[in-house]
Ligand binder design. Structure first.
Ligand code: GAR
Length: 200
């Protein structure tokens, strides 16, 4: 069974959705490791409850991003991790790490990329006044939020939406789409050619 590592900085609801999908048997993956850069990330509690090995790696303990990522890569190697799943991991990944795990790192983003990149995808979509936004799952490349798109799903923006109400509907879609992407990944059903992703 393929081993995945999930990286989180916060709440961990996407981690939970993946844990649940694995438990239900829909996703045949071994969540072998959870890593966080935030000591108080609720995601760690979810990992502990699920009996998944987890680790807090403090960015302040490293001289730069490369040193941090080399340490993390070592931890993944030790655990024979096949794929890295970013789930609300709000740290930029170094080119070193991206090259080491080429087409093996995925991310979920709360907007239809290439619109509304960055850490405020939901707020930025509301402020822009778009009528449709959504969720994107994509491979991670060196440029932020710019890797090949694996899955996307649209979410309509309502006239009376607040950031919170829209976030709720976006998260619901994420919790369906992201476990599906993990399933496709661990079943080797995704191929990438340039920017084009095909799903078998
Ligand atoms: C998710 O909505 C994810 O799309 C977003 O962070 C949230 C994490 O929630 N990621 C980004 O904005 C990446 N640019 P979670 O911790 O509850 O899974």
């Amino acid at each position: 069974m393929k081993k995945i590592a999930v990286f989180c900085s916060g709440f961990g609801s996407n981690l939970q959705a993946i844990i649940n999908a694995v438990k239900r048997g829909g996703v045949k993956a071994d969540i072998a490791f959870v890593l966080t850069d935030k000591v108080d990330a609720p995601a760690l509690v979810r990992a502990r409850k699920a009996g998944i090995p987890f680790m807090y790696v403090d960015p302040d303990d490293f001289k730069d991003r490369l040193a941090y990522d080399k340490y993390v890569a070592g931890q993944l190697k030790k655990r024979n991790i096949d794929f890295v799943v970013l789930a609300g991991f709000l740290r930029i990944i170094s080119p070193y790490f991206v090259r080491k795990f080429k087409n093996k790192i995925i991310n979920v983003h709360p907007a239809l990329l290439p619109s509304f990149k960055g850490v405020h995808g939901i707020r930025d979509a509301i402020n822009y006044g778009v009528k449709v936004t959504g969720v994107t799952v994509h491979f991670v490349e060196e440029e932020l939020d710019a890797g090949p798109v694996i899955l996307q799903k649209a979410v309509n923006v309502r006239d009376d939406d607040t950031q919170d109400s829209l976030a709720q509907r976006i998260h619901k879609v994420e919790h369906m789409l992201y476990p599906l992407a993990v399933k496709l990944l661990v079943e080797n059903r995704i191929t990438v050619k340039g920017r084009k992703v095909r799903i078998k």
